[in-house]
Design a protein around this ligand. Structure first.
Ligand SMILES: [Zn+2]
Length: 106
């Protein structure tokens, strides 16, 4: 996946958001929240977009795909594939979590 860095949101100019170098107009999760929470009718798409909120917070790419879908009502195979891939990757990263605490010596 492309390297990400923090950039100031161009809309509210208050929050930082994770972007890749390709993002010309970074917008933070907060600013996109209401647009993202619009309902999805297609049950299959609804299921695909039904991922933990924090993944959308982390990835401007996931937000972008969802917003595209909400706007156009459809996505290409490639976009769907990329979306699922990124979700899997983020979930995997999340699954690792912090180092487990070693059991106390007994
Ligand atoms: Zn913002």
């Amino acid at each position: 996946m492309a390297r990400t860095f923090k950039a100031l949101c161009k809309r509210c100019k208050k929050n930082y958001t994770l972007v890749t170098w390709r993002d010309k107009f970074p917008v933070c999760y907060n600013c996109q929240k209401s647009a993202l929470s619009r309902g999805i009718k297609d049950p299959e798409m609804k299921k695909m977009f039904d991922i933990p909120e924090e993944l959308y917070e982390k990835s401007s790419f996931l937000r972008d795909i969802k917003l595209k879908y909400l706007e156009y009502g459809e996505l290409s195979e490639k976009q769907i594939e990329a979306f699922k891939k990124v979700v899997d990757k983020l979930k995997e990263e999340r699954g690792k979590g912090p180092e487990p605490i070693p059991p106390p010596d007994s």
